[in-house]
Write a new protein. Structure first.
Ligand SMILES: O=C(O)/C=C/c1cccc(O)c1O
Ligand SMILES: [Fe+2]
Length: 321
């Protein structure tokens, strides 16, 4: 068993509302280094914790967590559509491990995923089907949400399952950090949006284009200083990054849900995917963060961060004496 980690923000605005070319080049370089790190590690399985944005998980049936035993990308924001290469046996092993640890995960034999899963796969691999994966959905938008510490418990249970596998496993966390793009909220939405949040699976191409066009326009306004959206919060992002890379989970995941929203905006709950990924790595023992990047990028509506880490090698016999 050997475990490595990559956590990264995602943003469907990448390529659709880019910042200054120097910033884009910098992020491309960081993601290129993360890809090199992953290539060196050569994972045999990728366990990816990701959110959804009312594409695959709607209020018709909203679990807190769901393990995919088969999964398909919906192809939002022009991203590739089609099946992921899911390792079904590993998905069942992980589900059993989580359930016996008392973490009530749902499971799906037909999971639909959006940019929250697809983008990190494309950052790190040739295509969405290049590597065997187990996608694990964490609800980060559809209120009411459970406490953030449940994501740590999920990550620990997943960590135990992958620790028992005789394979090189990469864990990925996708989302965050501070950001508040215009993802609708059921309690505040007009009737037609409520209907979409409950039963709006598989929109027509026109419906999808309208919705995505609105987000691109909103990101352009935000980047030009519109006060209609909550500001990014680099100080909070630094605190979250520092806590997770040091393994001080409680500083973040023992906070009330309101704290995430007040400090980082509604979509800051996406750091739950990072909590789960770091908890899965921490379950293997001490780890070392290999790289950490952060930049607030309003054009992408994101406090954008990427980290890589891996378990420390076991001490040699002379070191352990
Ligand atoms: O359009 C959506 O549903 C979400 C867009 C978005 C924008 C910026 C950062 C993110 O994490 C997003 O999911
Ligand atoms: Fe997101």
């Amino acid at each position: 068993m050997s475990v490595a980690l990559c956590t990264t923000s995602h943003s469907p605005l990448i390529g659709l509302n880019d910042p200054d070319p120097a910033v884009r080049t910098e992020v491309d370089r960081v993601l290129g280094s993360a890809r090199d790190f992953v290539q060196d590690f050569d994972p045999e399985l990728v366990v990816i914790f990701g959110p959804d944005h009312y594409n695959g998980f709607l209020y018709e049936m909203m679990p807190s967590f769901c393990v995919g035993a088969a999964a398909t990308s919906v192809g939002d924001y022009g991203l590739p559509k089609g099946p992921l290469h899911v390792d079904r046996g590993a998905a069942y092993d992980i589900t059993r491990s989580a359930l016996s640890a008392g973490v009530d995960v749902a499971m799906s034999e037909d999971m639909q995923v959006d940019h929250g899963f697809v983008q990190p796969l494309l950052f790190l691999f040739e295509s969405i089907s290049s590597v065997p994966v187990v996608p694990i959905f964490i609800n980060c938008v559809a209120e009411p949400l459970g406490p953030a510490i449940r994501s740590r418990r999920l990550g620990q249970a997943v960590g135990r399952a992958i620790g028992a596998m005789d394979r090189r496993v990469l864990v990925v966390g996708s989302g965050g950090l501070s950001h508040d793009p215009p993802v609708p909220r059921l309690q505040e939405a007009p009737d037609e949006v409520v209907e979409r949040l409950i039963r709006g699976r598989n929109p027509s191409p026109e419906q999808r284009a309208t919705r995505e066009g609105r987000t691109v326009a909103a990101a352009a306004e935000f980047a030009h200083g519109s006060q209609a959206y909550r500001a990014l919060n680099p100080e909070w992002d630094a605190l979250v990054l520092d806590s997770l890379v040091r393994g001080n989970f409680g500083t973040v995941d023992e906070q009330p849900n309101e704290w995430f929203v007040e400090e980082g905006g509604h979509s800051a709950h996406e750091v739950r995917t990072w909590i789960a990924a770091y908890a899965a790595l921490a379950e293997q023992g001490p780890y070392t963060v290999r790289s950490s990047f952060y930049r607030a990028i309003p054009e992408w509506f994101a406090g954008f961060a990427t980290t890589t880490a891996s378990s420390n090698p076991p001490p040699t016999s002379s070191e352990s004496k």
